[in-house]
Design a protein around this ligand. Structure first.
Ligand SMILES: Nc1ncnc2c1ncn2[C@@H]1O[C@H](COP(=O)(O)OP(=O)(O)OP(=O)(O)O)[C@@H](O)[C@H]1O
Length: 655
């Protein structure tokens, strides 16, 4: 028995409603098929629309409140365009519940009866084919006109809906314009669909600008004279000037939607440099900059939006709330992505390959969080309920790796180890096996592992029968395994089998979100130590940011744990930090990452460096203007920038 209705059945029903096969919109046919096959709805059943009120409605509105605030302008804009034609405007959540609504008060009673009302539920599961429901299912804008509606009770309505998407492509809300009556010809609704789609994009862009308000944003326009008013693309940059998010238009314009743009530098996308863009954003002389997209050769006009005054990280005097999870708490993929472009790209890639049976290889310096990342992948996968088993090939003697990994049968050995042992491969059956420091696996075991991966079964030492194993393999290494392949220490065929997808985890000093990350780690360490107020002196924070962190997050956690134990009154000063970190302030500029917009809270308010940094930022890094304001020469500014390790953002990437 098939669970889905056949195309013929769908079309027969649609035909009975007067919709010819040639005219049937594929989105509508798909939705009818789901209504009949998946939800088993009866098109003829008469039932009043479900309208939530009171607490039930608030349960849907509360999580949508930030979105509703952003969307309100778009909802009103659309309503003003369409009210005279008798349309109402609905904003629904991802379950199809109307959380915001604009209508002519005179029509309200009739609208309520038809389900075009605050709290009404327009999911496909309840109503069958309808604009909101089909839009949620397919994430495409569409009109469902009169007889195209699944339920016969809805066949007088005309509804046009468009999705409002987040930057990662996930659905945030649906915008819909509906009318109780309309001309019979569906083509009369083409303009309405256009209006709804434009309004949904406006809301999407407003959401983008709010979400990245602490970041530099490039606003692209196709026409110079419209640059201030029409946005054809939005690109948010991290504090090293790399792309951390793009809106739908920018994705299409810059790369045709095929590859991710995350992590790219400005000069990889346009025939210009970040320096030129920043110069165009001067406080007094904001100007549009003409640039060409390298991918398409198209001309654009760019306007830079500066980050809002709010800082990216907690204030030095911010308390570490006890609600913060401690260091040992499991981190999710999104938490691990943080605001670093490379890590965000890693997570986006992982989401594409997850559950596809592709072996994942994590490469990164020690302490960059490879095991934590592997764990997060496991928990985001379909195997989350099954075991996650880790084996560190460098931590156990070579002679024991074999039995640890493959196990042995009862009586395989004499003496104390006479009882059998299930190896890690069998323990991980159905789940994930994390092989840390894979480069340390002895050659003859590499051969055995290769065989297991190919045959998907193992024969434990001393056993006769093979045992099936189904595991997701994630391996990690801090070395360059290809070098080991060249020197014959690592099997080439195993290398390619394990390297289905290679992910490079950024070193702490390379991360574009280092200050944010540092504060979240401090909050976790403080929570682990019992919570309470923790403050950190500006010069201590500066030293933490300037240090190279060869041991990465692990070293940072240890340094902060020690500092917290040493400090008085929960205030971490420079003297509480390990000596090598303390000394980093003097050596600042020696390779430490330099912020595009270093959070204002990191500077000591009254010191000379702070004053200079503030002025440079105020002048959008125009040295001539900063020199004029401070009454000193440009040469002096450059000397002081050198002395204090201040590097202009435009050279941060190559510094
Ligand atoms: N994004 C993060 N935020 C906070 N703590 C993190 C983060 N990522 C990792 N950690 C912490 O950093 C420490 C090191 O992580 P992990 O052991 O996963 O690193 P690793 O790369 O596997 O190290 P090694 O190569 O030495 O085995 C752990 O205490 C982990 O909890």
């Amino acid at each position: 028995m098939t669970t889905f209705a056949t195309v013929d059945e769908d079309l027969a029903l649609l035909r009975s409603r007067g919709i010819a096969r040639a005219d049937a919109d594929p989105l509508i046919v798909r939705s009818w098929r789901r209504s009949l096959g998946k939800y088993k709805l009866d098109p003829g059943r008469r039932q009043a629309p479900r309208v939530l009120a009171g607490g039930q409605l608030r349960d849907h509105q509360d999580p949508m409140e930030p979105m509703m605030q952003i969307a309100r302008g778009g909802v009103e804009y659309l309503f003003n365009q369409v009210r005279s034609a008798g349309y109402v405007v609905l904003l629904t959540d991802c379950q199809g519940v109307t959380v915001d609504f604009k209508a002519d008060p005179l029509q309200k009673r009739e609208l309520r009866r038809s389900g075009l009302y605050l709290g009404s539920c327009w999911s496909e599961e309840e109503e069958g084919t309808c604009a909101v429901g089909a839009c949620i299912a397919d994430q495409s804008a569409l009109t469902v006109h009169q007889a195209e509606h699944f339920r016969s009770t809805n066949t007088t309505l005309t509804c046009s809906a468009s999705p409002i998407l987040d930057t990662d492509g996930s659905l945030l809300a649906v915008l819909d314009a509906s009318a109780l009556s309309s001309p019979g010809d569906k083509r009369s609704q083409a303009l309405m669909l256009q209006l709804v789609s434009v309004s949904a994009k406006m809301i999407e862009n407003a959401h983008f600008l709010k979400k990245f308000e602490d970041h530099w944003i490039i606003r692209l326009s196709r026409r110079r004279e419209f640059a201030e008013v029409v946005t054809d693309g939005l690109i948010a940059l991290d504090h090293l000037g790399r792309v951390i998010a793009v809106n739908r238009n920018a994705q299409q314009a810059l790369q045709g939607g095929e590859h991710t743009l995350l992590g790219k530098a400005v000069d990889q996308l346009f025939d210009t440099r970040l320096e030129a863009l920043l110069a165009s954003s001067g406080a007094q002389h904001r100007s549009t900059l003409a640039l060409r997209a390298l991918h398409s050769g198209r001309q654009y006009y760019a306007l830079m939006r500066t980050p809002s005054g709010r800082t990216l990280c907690v204030q030095p005097a911010r308390s570490a709330r006890s609600s913060h999870p401690s260091v040992s708490t499991l981190l999710t993929l999104d938490e691990l992505a943080g605001e670093d472009a490379q890590m965000m790209r890693n997570v986006a890639i992982i989401r594409r390959v997850i559950d596809k049976g592709i072996a994942i290889m994590l490469q990164g310096e020690t302490g960059t969080g490879k095991e934590v990342f592997a764990n997060a992948i496991h928990h985001a996968s379909e195997r989350a309920e099954q075991p996650f088993v880790a084996l560190n090939c460098a931590a156990i003697p070579e002679s024991l790796i074999e039995s640890e990994l493959f196990g042995y049968a009862d009586g395989a050995f004499t003496g104390a180890r006479a009882k059998g042992m299930r190896g890690k491969l069998v323990q991980a059956h159905g789940g994930t096996l994390f092989l840390d420091e894979i480069g340390d696996m002895p050659l003859q075991l590499q051969t055995r592992l290769l065989r297991v991966l190919a045959e998907k079964e193992i024969v434990p030492l001393g056993a006769e029968k093979p045992v099936p194993v189904d595991v997701q393999i994630i391996c990690a290494t801090h070395r360059n395994l290809l070098d080991q392949v060249v020197t014959g220490q690592f099997r080439e065929d195993l290398y390619y089998r394990l390297n289905g997808m290679k992910i490079h985890l950024s070193a702490l000093r390379e991360r574009g979100d280092i200050s944010t990350l540092m504060h979240s780690v401090l909050a976790r360490v403080a929570a682990e130590a019992g919570g309470g107020e923790v403050t950190i002196a500006a010069e201590a924070l500066r030293a933490l940011l300037a240090y190279r962190w060869p041991g990465n997050l692990r070293q940072l956690i240890n340094a902060l744990r020690a500092a917290l134990a040493l400090c008085e009154h929960h205030h971490i000063g420079l003297e509480d930090l390990p000596a090598d970190v303390r000394e980093a302030t003097q050596a600042r500029g020696g390779g430490a990452p330099v912020a595009l917009a270093e959070p204002a809270s990191l500077e000591a308010p009254d010191d000379e460096r702070g004053r200079l940094l503030r002025e440079l930022r105020r002048q959008r890094w125009n040295v001539t203007r900063a020199a004029q304001e401070l009454g000193i020469s440009r040469a002096t500014i450059y000397r002081k920038m050198d002395k204090f390790g201040i590097v202009a953002p435009n050279v941060a990437e190559g510094a």
